[in-house]
Design a protein around this ligand. Structure first.
Ligand code: GAR
Length: 216
C-alpha cells in the first residue's frame, strides 16, 4: 500500500548528477519518482537507470523559446504528480512558466554562499574576490536567478593553495551533505517561509490514534 504522507520528488539534472547518490542514499521522507534532463548525454541519467527510476530527456534545443521548453518540462513533470521538484545541477535559466508552475515546491542547489556569486563559475570568482569562506546553498526557486528563500548553507574555508577545481571538490562534499538534509526538511513539512527567511519547525509529534476504542 502506498504511503500518502510520503512526498513525490522529481529531480532535474543536466550533467554528471553527483548529487543524485546522496539524494538516493539518504532517507528523504519522500521518494524520487522521476529524474529528468535537458541533455541526453547527462551522466546522471545512468544513475537513474541503474536505480530503476523513471527518467526522461527533453532537449531545450527542440524548442523555439525558453517559455516553450519550460511548458514542455512542466507537462512532463506533472505526469509524475510531484510534490517537490529538485534542481540538482540543472543548468538552465528558467522562466516564470516553470517557476510559477511549481512555486513553493521548487528547490535548487547552488555552488556558492548566496547571495554572493549567483550565476556561473562561482569557484573561480570566489578565488578572484579573495573570499576566505565559500560554500553552497539550497534555496527555494523564485523567478529571480539564484535568489529565493534559503533553506540550508554550508561553508568551506578557502586555502591559499586552492584552485577552482580543489575548491569545487570541497564545496561538492558539502553539497552532498546539505541537499538531502534540506529535501528532508521539506518532505517533513518543517519549512516555514516568511519573505526571504526560512525557519525550521520542530518535528511534529503525531498523536497516537486509538483504533477500536469504545465510543461514548
Ligand atoms: C553542482 O555543483 C551544483 O551546485 C551546480 O552544478 C553542479 C552539478 O553537479 N549547480 C549550479 O551551478 C546551478 N546554478 P552534479 O551534476 O554533480 O550534481
Amino acid at each position: 500500500m502506498s504511503d500518502v504522507t510520503r512526498k513525490r520528488i522529481a529531480v532535474l539534472i543536466s550533467g554528471r548528477g553527483s548529487n543524485l547518490p546522496s539524494l538516493l542514499g539518504n532517507e528523504l521522507g519522500g521518494d524520487i519518482v522521476v529524474i529528468g534532463s535537458n541533455k541526453a548525454e547527462a551522466k546522471g541519467l545512468d544513475i537513474a537507470r541503474d536505480a530503476g527510476i523513471a527518467n526522461f530527456v527533453i532537449s531545450h534545443k527542440d524548442f523555439a523559446s525558453r517559455e516553450a521548453f519550460d511548458a514542455a518540462l512542466v507537462a512532463a513533470l506533472n505526469e509524475y504528480r510531484p510534490d517537490l521538484v529538485v534542481l540538482a545541477g540543472f543548468m538552465r535559466i528558467t522562466t516564470p512558466v516553470f517557476t510559477q508552475a511549481f512555486a513553493s515546491r521548487l528547490i535548487n542547489i547552488h555552488p556558492s554562499l548566496l547571495p554572493s556569486f549567483p550565476g556561473l563559475h562561482t569557484h573561480a570568482r570566489a578565488l578572484e574576490e579573495g573570499v576566505k569562506l565559500h560554500g553552497c546553498t539550497v534555496h527555494f526557486v523564485t523567478p529571480e536567478l539564484d535568489r529565493g528563500p534559503i533553506i540550508a548553507q554550508a561553508a568551506v574555508q578557502v586555502d591559499d593553495d586552492d584552485t577552482p577545481d580543489t575548491l569545487a571538490a570541497k564545496v561538492l562534499r558539502q553539497e552532498h551533505q546539505i541537499f538531502p538534509y534540506a529535501v528532508r526538511l521539506f518532505c517533513e513539512d518543517r519549512l516555514h517561509v516568511d519573505g526571504l527567511r526560512v525557519t525550521t519547525l520542530p518535528k511534529s509529534i503525531h498523536p497516537v490514534i486509538a483504533t477500536g476504542a469504545a465510543r461514548v
